[in-house]
Design a protein around this ligand. Sequence first.
Ligand SMILES: [Zn+2]
Length: 275
Amino acid sequence: MAIELPEARTLATQMNEVLPGKVIARLHVSDECASLIRQGFVNVRPADVTGKVIGAVTSQGKWIFLKLEPDAYLLFALETGGKILFHRSPQSVPERLNLRFDLSDGSALSVRIVGWGFAKAVLERELKAQRYPGHLGLSPLDAEEFTPARFSALLDETPKQVIKQVLTDQRRIAGIGNGYAQEILFQARIHPKRRVADLTEGDKKRLYDTIREVLSEALRLGGRDSECDVYDVAGRYRPALAARAEGKPCPRCGTPIEKLRVLGGASYVCPNCQE
Ligand SMILES: [Zn+2]
């Protein structure tokens, strides 16, 4: 699984309650980071952060932006899973981690990346030049930005793509990954491999409403039950199609759920409900 929009927003909101004003006293980078550093996913050195005062913590899409006063950001995106945890005292810091930020008041922030994900320190003026997250698309929870008309226009630009590809393209819509795409398409009764050009007006309307409903409900419940918040408490949103649902009965019609590979990721679908 992974940190997608509802989880990233939950983590950022919680961090913003406790971190602003604290000073980073020390950064510990564990040996587990070596390959992620080599591949460019992790790029944060003690010199980038030591002595910096933490400002506001925000999120956009799957990304968490932790302001380092006055002119830099720490960026996190856990693409295939992991945890970002706040520890009031160093005793509760887990042994297995990738990064540990010791704060001057004795608290700490630990980051554990499972699979792959990003942790980078970037100057504010270089933010837009970042391949990720320099060009994030519409925020689906922002009703003024993500309107039915904008969604429809975005679909009109990509008639030949399959719908899952459009939903998970971070430059078009920011924050939906494999997990929520699967859930949204199941709830909207649309097959992930349907071509955008083949969607009816009714399909598009239902899909728009479902994107908004699923993500706002997941945010309200603190993210999915497979992910944890900054205090290591699991979210309360239970997707209808759990991970490893293959062969289990569809919660709506009882047909065995099938596993497909779509764009390099597994997608579970009900062959009866999702034409
Ligand atoms: Zn079904």
